[in-house]
Design a protein around this ligand. Structure first.
Ligand SMILES: NC(=O)c1ccc[n+]([C@@H]2O[C@H](COP(=O)([O-])OP(=O)(O)OC[C@H]3O[C@@H](n4cnc5c(N)ncnc54)[C@H](OP(=O)(O)O)[C@@H]3O)[C@@H](O)[C@H]2O)c1
Length: 224
C-alpha cells in the first residue's frame, strides 16, 4: 500500500527546544507554504495550545460551522489532519475549520475514541479515519489518507511527542528546521523528547539557507 511523503517542519532554538522562545510564526508558515503540501498534520496538544496562544477567546459555533467546507476540485489549500483519539478538541474544532488556509479538517481517531466525540464530529460533518486500538495506527491511517483523499505530501509541524512517534515508525521522509537565534537552556523542550531508537538515525543534507532576522533553514532527507 502507498502512503504520503511526510515533511517534518519545526522552528527550534539553537539548543533544539521547540518552546519557550519567541517563535517567528510568520517566517515559520512562510517556509511551510513553500512545500505546497496537500495536508498539514498536527497532534491534539499542538492544536489546543496553538488556539490558546494565537486565537484568544473561542467564539461559539455558528450554523455554517456544521457544514463541510466548500472547495473546488483542484483547490490547492491543504487539509488539516488532526490526531485526536481522546476528543480533546471537542467544542473547539470549528476554529480549525474556519482557517482561511484550510480545505477542511480530517480527524484521526482510534477504536477506543469516546462515542460522544464521534457523535460531535458526525453532527458537524467532519471527515474522520479510525485506526488502531487506543492510539492511532499511523501506517494504516496514512494509507487511507493516500487512497481516500489523494493526499501525496503532508507537512507536519507538531510537537515533540508526535514527531518522535512518526520518526520511530520511519514515516518522516524529510526534516525541515528553522533555527531561531535563541538559547532556552533548562527551559528547553527537546525536539524529539520521547524518541526511542536503538541506533542513531542518519540524515543527508538537502539544503541550508540563511533567512531573515538571523534565522537559518536546514533541510535533511531521512535515510533510516
Ligand atoms: N516550535 C515548533 O515548531 C512547534 C510546532 C508545533 C508545536 N510546538 C509546541 O509543542 C507543544 C506540544 O507538543 P506535544 O508533543 O506535547 O504534543 P503533540 O505534538 O500534539 O503530540 C501529541 C500527539 O501525539 C499523539 N500520541 C501520543 N502518544 C501516541 C502513541 N503512542 N501513538 C500514536 N499517537 C500518539 C497524541 O494522540 P491522541 O491525541 O490521539 O492522544 C497527540 O495527538 C506545544 O507547546 C506547542 O506549542 C512547537
Amino acid at each position: 500500500m502507498q502512503r504520503p511523503k511526510i515533511i517534518m517542519h519545526n522552528t527550534i532554538s539553537i539548543d533544539s527546544s521547540i518552546k519557550n522562545f519567541e517563535c517567528d510564526i510568520g517566517l515559520h508558515y512562510q517556509v511551510a507554504g513553500r512545500y505546497q503540501a496537500d495536508a498539514h498534520l498536527i497532534g491534539s496538544m499542538t492544536a489546543k495550545t496553538g488556539l490558546e496562544m494565537y486565537s484568544g477567546n473561542i467564539p461559539p459555533e455558528k450554523k455554517s460551522d456544521f457544514l463541510k467546507k466548500d472547495y473546488e476540485k483542484g483547490d490547492k489549500k491543504p487539509f488539516w489532519i488532526i490526531v485526536d483519539s481522546k476528543g480533546i478538541l471537542k467544542g473547539i474544532m470549528h476554529m480549525y475549520r474556519r482557517f482561511e488556509y484550510c480545505k477542511d479538517v480530517i480527524v484521526l481517531l482510534s477504536k477506543n475514541s469516546p462515542a460522544d466525540y464521534i457523535e460531535y464530529l458526525k453532527e458537524r460533518n467532519y471527515e474522520y479515519i479510525i485506526s488502531g486500538e487506543s492510539n492511532i495506527d499511523f501506517p494504516i491511517a496514512l494509507e487511507e489518507l493516500y487512497s481516500r483523499y489523494h493526499i501525496r505530501k503532508i507537512l507536519t509541524d507538531t510537537g515533540s511527542i508526535l514527531n518522535s512517534i512518526l520518526l520511530e515508525k520511519k514515516l518522516i521522509n524529510e526534516i525541515s528546521l528553522i533555527v531561531a537565534p535563541y538559547i532556552t537552556g533548562e527551559k528547553s523542550e527537546y525536539l524529539f523528547r520521547s524518541l526511542r531508537n536503538n541506533k542513531s538515525i542518519s540524515l543527508e543534507l538537502n539544503r541550508v539557507e540563511v533567512l531573515e532576522k538571523n534565522y537559518v533553514l536546514i533541510r535533511y532527507n531521512v535515510l533510516y
